[in-house]
Design a protein around this ligand. Structure first.
Ligand code: ATP
Ligand code: MG
Length: 133
């Protein structure tokens, strides 16, 4: 958990301009028909959790530049960096999100991203709570 959140927070700091606001939200919910489905602007590695699953949610939302659709679809790939010239300055390996997504899946959960150019990034950690099914 800590590793995932630290990763998302450092990304929000590193991959957005200085002074960009970052919001962290936590809560519980049930996966809804719309919330569980993939929709335009949403990406993730594993499939959405079944509708009705009780979940806890941690969101790291930044007001940075956001990501284009192609980048959003690939940021969870190992070694993928959306802005290589800028990322190189920071020495990132492009592994952080791939590892975070793998940890989330290992706990039966999911890491997903809602973004669009100019609309910032919302990374959402969704973890099932209590008995599943
Ligand atoms: N909040 C964000 N806003 C814009 N782009 C982002 C954001 N978070 C991640 N990215 C993009 O996604 C890419 C992949 O992120 P990831 O955390 O996997 O790797 P990294 O940060 O480059 O390196 P590492 O985490 O391994 O040190 C980043 O290089 C960056 O281009
Ligand atoms: Mg990173």
């Amino acid at each position: 958990m800590r590793q995932i959140v630290e990763n998302l927070l450092s990304n929000a700091q590193i991959h957005t301009p200085p002074g960009t606001a970052v919001h962290v939200r936590v809560g519980t919910a049930r996966v809804g028909a719309a919330g569980g489905a993939e929709r335009s602007g949403r990406s993730g590695v594993s499939p959405p959790l079944p509708e009705g699953t009780a979940v806890s949610i941690v969101e790291v939302a930044d007001e940075g530049p956001g990501l284009a659709e192609y980048d959003a679809a690939h940021v969870f790939d190992r070694f993928y960096r959306a802005d290589v010239s800028r990322s190189r300055e920071h020495g990132g390996s492009g592994l952080g999100l791939a590892i975070a997504a793998t940890i989330a899946e290992g706990h039966g959960g999911r890491l997903e991203l809602d973004t669009a150019p100019g609309e910032g990034c919302v990374f959402r950690l969704v973890l099932p709570v209590g008995p599943s099914g």
